[in-house]
Design a binder for this molecule. Structure first.
Ligand code: SF4
Length: 430
């Protein structure tokens, strides 16, 4: 039996209380502060955590000031207020909690899962007038695309974006598409396959899902990326995959696509930094995007885990770089990781390469196993961290008062084609 692990938040508080400059054990000691501190910064930022060094778009959504009463309330007070508001609202509200959220938020969730599981979970409660999505911006957008016309989707902190999703914006993708179309033309080949199909990862803005819907493309998740690529190769000679290069590369490589036929598209460079010949030979054009949480995992961490635990099973998320995926025993979505742990015989040892909140929760939920994160520095997702029980209490109490705050809406001009791309994904079969 492994010893119980503290929640990530509690551990950060403990470490930073012992050593105010806790860098080494924690990637940013500022994680011990309330996230509202970062809402007040003069320029938008992702805040502390894995994405803190990433450039943030100038127009990134900002969160207004959280009322003081929610910043100063104790944990117990917030607990009581959230539970009271939920009880008053009853089935008029549903709270969704992403796997990567802090335990202090997840404990109030009616459903816990990955982004697509949660968007689908919301469909099972059509009576809910409000869907409070404790996740990040693109997830709330997807929930709004799939939600009923009278449901409001609420993101408790508008600054909870996603640095990976922000690496591909609609203007850069439109520009890339124009250049690629010039090289490839628009004529199908003898088998009726069009020159190129756009594929976007679920972790992307709604307008990119809409772009895929308008251009014969499709959405994928980390669970179904291979099925979606097969769907695309049946209809197209090649694929433009965005925004995550690693998911695209890892998936296509496992399907037998040679690395030299996967050039990288760097936005704002002519031809994405490639020659026309490289692009003509391409099977998958990979967007230069990545997740700063999963980029932290390394082969050296895997080697150390194997040296210290000879029987360890290493499972990593496919957003990790290719050498890490190659060195692991398995790679798969968060759902895959959870199921692998559930199915393992008692006494198994797992080293996991994904966001620390999920790993520590699994370690606590499955004490019959030894489960630890490959990265021994505590470095949560910067944007998931922006949601705190204080914001949850605020949005719920506003609902009780009859006010909808922080609503995320996707206009029909985007939602209609985005739904087409999502429906293609649901219809794609292995
Ligand atoms: S873990 Fe990575 S992909 Fe997921 S929300 Fe955070 S930055 Fe985005």
């Amino acid at each position: 039996m492994s010893t119980p692990t503290l929640s990530v938040d509690s551990e950060i508080q403990l470490i930073t209380a012992q050593s105010p400059d806790a860098t080494g054990a924690v990637c940013a000691p500022e994680l011990a502060d309330g996230p509202w501190v970062f809402d007040l910064e003069p320029a938008p930022s992702y805040g502390p955590g894995a994405s803190m060094a990433d450039p943030i778009p100038a127009g990134a959504p900002r969160q207004g000031q959280l009322p003081d009463e929610y910043k100063t309330a104790s944990k117990d007070e917030l607990d009581a207020r959230i539970l009271a508001a939920k009880a008053t609202l009853g089935d008029r509200v549903v709270v969704l909690g992403h796997f990567y959220q802090r335990d202090e938020v997840v404990k109030y969730a009616d459903f816990v899962g990955d982004s697509f599981q949660l968007a689908n979970a919301a469909l099972t409660v059509p009576q809910a007038e409000a869907i409070v999505f404790c996740g990040v911006h693109f997830m709330a957008e997807t929930a709004d695309i799939l939600a009923g016309p009278t449901q409001s989707v609420i993101l408790p902190n508008l600054a909870a974006g996603c640095s990976m999703a922000d690496m591909a914006d609609i203007d850069s993708v439109e520009e890339a598409w124009a250049q690629l179309t010039e090289i490839y033309g628009t004529e199908p080949d003898a088998d009726g396959r069009v020159p190129i199909i756009p594929v976007t990862y679920m972790n992307s803005a709604a307008d990119l899902k809409g772009f895929c819907g308008r251009h014969g493309g499709i959405v994928c998740t980390s669970s179904n990326a291979a099925t979606v690529l097969e769907w695309a190769f049946e209809r197209g000679q090649r694929v433009l995959f965005f925004p995550d290069q690693h998911l695209g590369r890892n998936t296509a490589k496992a399907m037998g696509v040679p690395l030299e036929r996967m050039p990288m598209w760097k936005p704002r460079k002519a031809l994405g930094g490639n020659t026309p010949e490289e692009l003509l030979d391409a099977q998958v054009v990979l967007w230069h995007g990545f997740c700063s949480v999963h980029k932290r995992f390394s082969v050296a961490q895997i080697d150390r885990a194997r040296a210290e635990h000879p029987d360890v099973r290493v499972i990593v998320h496919p957003e990790c770089p290719m050498p890490v995926v190659d060195a692991a025993d398995a790679a798969g979505s968060t759902d895959f990781i959870v199921k692998a742990i559930q199915a393992a015989p008692a006494g198994s040892t797992f080293a996991i390469g994904t966001e620390i909140n999920l790993v520590q929760r699994l370690a606590n939920e499955y004490p019959q196993h030894t489960i630890f994160c490959l990265d021994d520095v505590i470095c949560p997702c910067s944007t998931m961290y922006r949601i705190h029980p204080g914001y949850l209490a605020w949005v719920l109490e506003e609902l009780v008062a009859g006010r909808v705050v922080n609503q995320i809406t996707v206009g029909d001009d985007v939602a209609v084609p985005a739904r087409v791309a999502l429906e293609r994904m649901l219809a794609a079969r292995p």
